[in-house]
Design a protein around this ligand. Structure first.
Ligand SMILES: [Zn+2]
Length: 411
């Protein structure tokens, strides 16, 4: 289990009685802390365990090797892209990218190839990029978006506490970004971003320069969300699951606020804001431990289901098709024809004719095969007798059949 640092107050607890996580939180601690909370907790509202406390909430898995973790993060990254595509976040041509720091080469990160539709993304499509922006030979050999490297490399450099970043030009995200302001905390979901958002208010065109990437990273600061004014949204997370979930959460918060502001404006009023204390408490509950990772798992499961398992090994269907093609192919040479006949217990037609077994092609095929099989087995038996049961020279000598010193091989 990866160790995550947490700066959350210990009273921010999301475990329900009877539900434990893979952290050190015990059921007893959970109950005590839960009682301290003035508000019902997010997880306790939706998850309850058994009386013995044996049931555990899913959490970020432990890995035996870094190679296993690399496979895992790539599978989840590809699924995150397909979910982005399904959510309509991949509609702007080549814009939009997710990055995840490589578990083995920590100064490298995985990116999507340029001009690949999010909905079609597989692990084999992902590109590994080094700290200089060069495509590594250890991933897909495809070009990447220059803007993606300019932004994500600076974020990975500035934020060692997060491993993933997600950015796209979603419709509600960029509409809200045109206002040049932070999200109001007007819904429970917007509490994800209480004290955890920033606005980059200097649109400098398509981010291609290192300096622009540095400014975006500086604007992001220690927050999970950066609203890029006149551009779109950018989120970061300890895992790619977190970054992807937060991106969707932020976009839907933008949509909700645009609707709420419009409705409130139409009524000549304002939206109701959540109080600071409640927002802070809820933010702690929603972002504690592996909760943000867990939030994405239903979407990951759906993406796995919809891809029918064809998410990680693109070559499997092709290999199967090739194998089926080989198995069903007609022999192309006399040797292959004989081999094919032997394997299928059917003598080759040419052989049968040669041995005068098959004289006419007017016989029904089933009858031809039956007679041919019988004859073939007789021939094979005789051959076996000759080859396998031939007495050794020593035995022939003993029987007086072969005189000592005579015969082949005796000179
Ligand atoms: Zn962009």
């Amino acid at each position: 289990m990866r160790e995550y640092c947490t700066c959350l107050d210990s009273t921010f607890l999301t475990m329900a009685p009877g539900v434990t996580a893979t952290t050190t939180t015990t059921v007893e601690e959970a109950v005590v802390r839960d009682r301290k909370s003035a508000l019902p907790t997010q997880i306790s509202a939706v998850a309850r365990g058994d009386a013995a406390g044996k049931l555990k909430l899913p959490s970020y898995p432990a890995f035996a090797t870094k190679e296993e973790e690399r496979t895992y993060v790539k599978e989840h990254m590809a699924a995150a892209f397909r979910w982005m595509g399904k959510s309509g976040y991949g509609l702007e041509g080549v814009a939009g990218h997710i990055s995840i720091r490589d578990p083995i080469l920590r100064d490298h990160f995985w990116l999507n190839p340029l001009a690949k539709h999010f909905s079609l993304m597989r692990t084999s499509d992902l590109v590994l990029v080094d700290h200089s922006g060069n495509v590594s030979p250890h991933g897909n050999q495809a070009v990447i978006n220059a803007a993606a490297f300019a932004i994500h490399s600076e974020i990975h450099r500035a934020r060692p506490d997060v491993d993933a970043a997600c950015h796209a030009h979603s419709i509600h995200g960029k509409a809200f970004a045109a206002l040049g302001r932070e999200l109001d905390i007007i819904t429970q979901d917007s509490c994800h971003f209480w004290g955890d958002q920033a606005v980059y208010d200097s649109f400098g065109g398509v981010v291609l320069a290192k300096e622009e990437g540095e400014r975006v990273a500086a604007a992001l600061g220690n927050n999970r969300l950066c609203i890029l004014q006149n551009h779109g949204l950018l989120t970061v997370g300890k895992t790619v699951d977190e970054a992807a979930f937060l991106f969707g959460a932020a976009d839907r918060c933008c949509q909700a606020q645009l609707l709420a502001d419009a409705a409130a404006g139409g009524r000549g009023g304002e939206t109701v804001k959540i109080g600071e204390e409640e927002a802070k408490l809820t933010h702690g509950q929603l972002t504690q431990g592996d909760v943000l990772w867990l939030e994405f798992q239903p979407s990951y499961e759906l993406m796995e289901y919809e891809s029918k398992g064809d998410t990680q090994h693109q070559t499997i269907p092709n290999q199967t098709a090739q194998l089926q093609s080989v198995m069903s192919a007609k022999p192309t040479s006399p040797v292959e024809e004989k081999l094919d006949a032997f394997l299928s217990h059917r003598p080759a037609e040419a052989e049968l004719k040669e041995k005068n077994i098959l004289k006419s092609s007017t016989l029904p095929p089933t009858l031809q095969a039956s007679e041919a099989d019988l004859k073939r087995h007789q021939l094979e038996d005789k051959l076996n007798e000759k080859v396998l049961h031939r007495p050794a020279p020593e035995e022939l000598e003993k029987r007086g059949i072969l005189e000592s010193g005579e015969g082949p091989g005796r000179e």
